[in-house]
Design a protein around this ligand. Sequence first.
Ligand SMILES: [Zn+2]
Length: 431
Amino acid sequence: MVLPVLSALLVLPFLVLAHPTPNSDGPEVVKRSLPSRWYQERGHPVEKLFMRQTEPTDGVNYPAIGSPQWSQGYPPVPPDPTQMPQEWTNALNAAVNAGKIPNIPPSTSTNPQNPTPVYEGVNPGDPSVCSASYGCRAPGDIWDAPNGTIGISFDDGPSLGSDLLYTFLEGNKIPSTHFMIGTNILNNPTLFSRAFQELHSDIAVHTWSHRYMTTLSNAEVVAEFGWTMEIIKNSTGGRLPRYWRPPYGDTDNRVRAIASEVFGLQTIIWNHDTLDWSLTTQGGTTAEAINASMTQWLTGPKSPGLLILEHELTDNSAQAFIDAYPLISTTGWNILSTAQMEGQTVYLNSKDGLSPVQPFNGVLGAQYSNTPTTSSTVVPSSTAPPPAPSNTTANSNTSQSDKNKNGSTQSFVSKLAGVLGGMILTVAFYA
Ligand SMILES: [Zn+2]
């Protein structure tokens, strides 16, 4: 698909060494600072895809975040769809056989100058396809916040800007939803723990390797969702996210259906884009330009509400939000996390951030097996996701941001961490 273009290489020390402690991250012991609403409801059938045992509860003891046991079993980028748990494949097949997954051909995106996915033989704007890259809003998508509300969210974490951002969010008690890249969680466990346990935040899915989802096969789409949900579940005492945001805003009815039918995920996009991902790229936006846009949006009409795409990629992107916050907090907006604004629980299997998780009793497709879902022996490896080329055209009335870069900072973690005394080399690839 996308031709990777390596245009920047950052080597930064990250304090993310594992803190091996006894397994104690069971659902009962996970502490949250505030109730949150980013779980799927208990009893949702998708939980069955991630249970590790046949007990009536999901009360397994999860390995400590960052420990060797915790990081075992996850795939490299991109994940091999033939090496994922059989339950996921069975669930996909069941959904396909039930006619729940539209037979839309995968798009292609090979032009680095214009990475907007291209479809052959179908009209991407037709309601039967409804490509979000072409601005099509499917009925179940969330593009706007409710009137008078600003939904706060940050994409691509945990990453280089997370520490600065989290300190500010925590200090100001700002609710936020973090659409996280699975491999970034794997590579930055300490930051992930901070986001989950210290912030007034929700965790949501931003795929395993940040690719254009409509270019992938059904099985590849499942792998991108499945591994991300798996690592979030295993790192939050069993919580299964309810929401996802497509990298580059790229989704269509086939990908949406796999998200919702197999994994219970609802799509959240955005209605304004700061382009903050480009603050550190040549020819990208500037802090002044972002301030001007934010001022216009925040002082403008309150219908619809604001759903602004922002990132925790770098200190620069984090600072863009910090700079805008005084205006956000004084212009009369109801400030909620993106997941909270829908008024639903934000995880599939817990009412809020404090309630214990519950098993799913329903069945979606596959028969449950006793095999741990993380039994894969693939060693976590590094990752350099396919870069996202720049500049796009479609989706003009929303944003292009995610389209151009962002997944960018795929961390390239070397297992030198232990040798380097807690420092992990993070290599960022920008497109
Ligand atoms: Zn992204």
